[in-house]
Design a binder for this molecule. Sequence first.
Ligand code: ADP
Length: 255
Amino acid sequence: MQRIVVKVGTSTLTTEDGHLDIEKIKKIVLELSNLQDKGYDVILVTSGAVGAGMGLLNISEKPKTLAEKQMLSAVGQVSLMQIYQTLFKEHNKIIGQLLLTKEEFSNRKRYLNMRNVCNAFLKRKIIPIINENDAIVSNALKIKVGDNDTMSALVSGLIDADLLIILSDIDGLYNKNPRKYEDANLIHMVGDINEDIKQMAGAEGSKFGTGGMITKIIAAEMVTKIGTSLVIASGDDPKNITRIVEKENIGTLFV
Ligand code: ADP
């Protein structure tokens, strides 16, 4: 039995204007359902709640205040889950929502409790869909993980995953930011996450994402230390999920 955590970022789940890309979500759901049918334990860490909220309220500009962003994430989380529930149901899959904070990983009792809950999900073949509880956390409260790349790494540790797949709007880690440098080259495998690798990742992300490449590298550092591999790949074609599980050479593999 293999446990696979898949993290999909805002840039994968939303269209140019920041609204949810339902066709893309359908394809992701199909891939995850197929993997579960093949016997894998599947866990999804998903962003996209703010995008969903913007869609519902017909807002096309990024929220300006923290409170508005938190409100949008609460509105959007419900509709995001409704979409996942409807789509997974078409494949006879049951999902459950887990909205986590940093506390689940820093407080031993809460950590053990969460681990039991996750294992209860997996035992019954229920797909956990995880996101940060953005409506209630803020930096000021110091209970925020901050981005779903880090969240997915923490979840991978929590459930002892074999593989973490981070889908992004880019097909992996390049030796420099490919949005800026045309001659940037894709790195296929990283065995040692040193300062050079971190330098390559820089600090910038896309318009709607919160992490950027650096949070993915930090996630890679976290999971490889505990023996979980990580692949960063493009979410443009969700079939990449199955390709990665079947060990095709796609994206950047961190071991
Ligand atoms: P997501 O929303 O999927 O988490 P982000 O937009 O936060 O994705 O992060 C991916 C982005 O990071 C890329 O689209 C690219 O603009 C940027 N980036 C910066 N440096 C690099 C690099 N060395 N290799 C790949 N992408 C990079």
